[in-house]
Design a protein around this ligand. Structure first.
Ligand code: MOS
Length: 705
């Protein structure tokens, strides 16, 4: 089946401007009436339900799995262990080598699984599986003085792990004003509304695997499953029309995808369904690794940066390397002539870390923007003015011109809208009853990424509608709607004459919904297909006319430094007696190129800001070093900001378009809202109380010293 969404009934016929309209989500009605099929809900006949058994030690070997009690339960069809699970074709990636050996490399690893007639039976039986281990000593805690720190390779990091420009040692020694501080962020976990889930069906003769998966990239998951199971890609199909959030955690296949594939293969002819619980997600679907970040800033008395050093220490897992590139923004953010950044990892006996909204930028800019606030205080310069003073005319890292750097405008407009003028710079001066009140600012940045390799197909139907097909993913971002708008604009037709098809690996290849690159990457492919279609079939095509095209290369990607910017302002209240922190007001102004749909873009920006608030105040995975597990691994113990935590949140943007980026002039908006937000809040908390908190989250105890 192919996913389609109905046209938007609220859009009047032949409304001309396809883009820049706050068009309502075209799949909105289906979602709120419960008829939009999420992965687990795809109708199947007599499915089997899978429930995994996870390791209770962080390192060692499984010596025995006792499955007798589980197998005796009525309705249990199979208990998979490393002894009886099908062999995989490729086990080079240990994260995906599920049930292929008896080695345990982290707490919460899949060591068995039960398939049964009902989810309740599967879960009950999984609890009856007893596992014996030979346990080995483990290490799960990140320390900056760890013996085994190493420099990650470029292939893993996606950029050089270290950068050196100028001579920072000499520059720091010369600088009159110095900031030298260390900032820490904890483990943070993605908690999308829809937990990870997969429905799998294995056919034989020929061998074909079909997955209904909750994923940010159908083609990405297809490629991994094909490799791991040794199938040609065309014999694997991944379908994902609707996805209830991902934030990065669904940006690649994960171990549970392999597990459900194994079960489907072991039970051919039966559909196997797997929905992870929240607890499963805390070891199987990635997390933002904790960071220790030392920042050194050298400046003159006016706050002009002379040197900027950002040294990052992070953990990765022994199972698979992942490098959170927290220092990248420090390479291009400010005009310090001498700049050094470094990333060091230590591989521990922990689950595999992975992307979480703005991986790298989110923790990195907490550190840098906190340090900039400390510098502002040290120099006696207003923190908005300090950032304006250090705004570089060209990219300090590459020397390239900006395709558009509008940070200063964001700061100025934000200051105006927020009411920054006349702020008393002295911390702890403003009290409202028992509450200490302060305001803070921080910059935001996110690269304007376009991933190469997407294609789109356009077909004209007898009904006078254009069907636009691309295997893109809407993870709640509004891609269904925005790609419809982009298609209509590219074809020069009203939006109600476009039928969009996305969320299926049988459609033309699309890159993953990650790195805020979806709109840019897929929209470029749609524009290319529309141009090719008009070139071949003209403005008055015959029914059945069809054209497919790849997104062309954009030489401007090498000529310009392309980044989105933003300015976050926050008001924070800290209770003088209890240390309770409240954030009644947040305001962001962004430069993100052209905004194609103000309604869905605002939703992304506000969502990012709320997640930033959550990062600032609440989120932390608490690790028990004795066992290597996260003790608060569910929504009862791991608090994610809820309605009662969120005050007024306003997102604004500059009227602009980036002519170098893509045919739409629009950058992605998925991630920039979380970048710098936590620093704005921590800076405001310092302004309120005089207490500088350099370690997230800002729990009440930190203000009660
Ligand atoms: Mo997003 S963390 O780039 O999927």
């Amino acid at each position: 089946m192919t996913a389609t969404a109905p046209g938007n009934p609220a859009t009047p016929v032949s409304q001309p401007p396809a883009a820049d309209e706050p068009m309502a989500r075209i799949e909105g009605r289906a979602k709120v009436t419960g008829t939009a099929p999420y992965a687990y809900e795809h109708p199947t006949t007599e499915p089997l339900y899978l429930h995994p058994v996870l390791s209770t030690v962080a390192r060692g070997r499984v010596t025995a799995v006792h499955t007798g009690d589980a197998e005796q339960l009525d309705g249990v069809r199979a208990v998979l262990t490393s002894k009886n699970a099908p062999r995989l074709a490729d086990t080079s990636d240990l994260e995906f080598a599920v049930l292929q050996s008896d080695e345990v490399t982290f707490h919460g690893q899949i060591v068995a699984a039960v398939a049964a007639d009902s989810p309740e039976t599967a879960r009950e039986a999984a609890a009856l599986v007893r596992v014996d281990y030979e346990e080995r000593p483990h290490d799960v805690i990140l320390r900056s003085d760890h013996q085994d720190l190493y420099t990650p390779g470029e292939a893993v990091a996606g950029a050089a792990p270290d950068s050196h420009q100028g001579d920072t040692d000499t520059a720091l020694a010369r600088s009159v004003v110095l900031v030298d501080q260390t900032y820490r962020t904890p483990r943070e976990y993605n908690n999308p509304m829809e937990p990870h889930s997969t429905v799998a069906f294995w056919e034989t003769l020929p061998e074909r695997l079909t997955l209904y998966d909750s994923t940010q990239g159908a083609h990405t998951v297809r490629a991994t499953m094909a490799t791991v199971f040794g199938l040609p890609e065309e014999n694997v199909r991944v379908i994902a029309p609707h996805v209830g959030g991902g934030f990065g955690s669904k940006g690649a296949a994960k171990a549970h995808n392999v597990l459900v594939g194994l079960a489907a293969r072991a039970l051919p002819g039966r559909t196997v369904k797997l929905a992870l619980t929240r607890r499963h997600m805390f070891s199987l679907t990635g997390y933002r690794p904790p960071t220790i970040q030392r920042i050194r800033l050298g400046a003159d008395t006016e706050g002009r940066l002379e040197a900027l050093v950002h040294d990052v220490t992070e953990l990765t897992s022994r199972t698979k390397e992942y490098a959170e590139m927290s220092g990248l923004s420090s390479r291009m953010m400010y005009a310090a002539p001498d700049r050094t950044t470094s990333h060091r990892l230590t591989a521990l006996d922990v689950p595999v870390p992975f992307w979480m909204r703005a991986p790298g930028e989110a923790p990195g800019m907490f550190a840098l923007e906190s340090a900039m606030d400390e510098l502002a205080v040290a120099c006696g310069v207003d923190p908005v003015e300090l950032r304006v003073r250090n705004d570089p005319g060209a990219d300090p890292q590459t020397g390239r011109p900006w395709s558009g750097r509008h940070l200063v405008q964001c700061l100025r407009e934000g200051a105006e809208r927020f009411g920054w003028q006349g702020r008393d710079p002295v911390p702890g001066h403003h009290r409202d009853g028992a509450w200490l009140v302060g305001t803070g600012v921080a910059s935001a940045v996110y690269p304007r990424l376009t991933s190469p390799g997407s294609a789109a197909e356009i077909e004209y139907g007898a009904d006078g509608r254009y069907t636009v097909s691309i295997g893109a993913a809407d993870i709640g971002t509004g891609a269904w709607t925005v790609l419809t708008q982009i298609s209509a604009e590219a074809l020069g037709c009203p939006v109600d004459r476009v039928t969009l098809r996305i969320g299926d690996s049988d459609l033309p290849r699309a890159t993953v919904a990650g790195g805020s690159s979806g709109t840019s990457s897929w929209g470029t492919a749609v524009h290319a297909a529309a141009r090719a279609f008009r070139g071949e079939h003209g403005a008055d095509p015959r029914p059945g006319a069809r054209t497919r095209a790849e997104a062309p290369e954009n030489p401007d990607l090498e000529r310009y430094a392309m980044y989105s910017f933003g300015a976050h302002f926050a008001e924070v209240r800290v209770h003088a007696d209890t240390g309770e922190v409240r954030v009644p007001r947040m305001l962001g102004v962004y430069s993100v190129g052209r905004v194609i749909n103000p309604r869905t873009a605002r939703s992304q920006l506000v969502g990012g800001m709320v997640m930033g608030l959550s990062m600032a105040l609440h989120e932390q995975g608490v690790v028990d070093p004795r066992f290597g597990n996260v003790v608060n691994g569910d929504l009862a113990g791991y608090h994610v900001a809820a309605n009662a935590d969120v005050g007024e949140v306003e997102a604004h943007w500059l009227e602009e378009s980036d002519p170098h980026l893509n045919p739409m002039g629009a950058a992605g908006v998925g991630e920039i809202g979380i970048v710098g937000t936590a620093a704005a809040i921590a800076n405001a908390a310092h302004h309120a109380t005089g207490v500088r908190v350099r370690e997230l989250p800002l729990t009440p105890d930190r203000f009660l010293r």
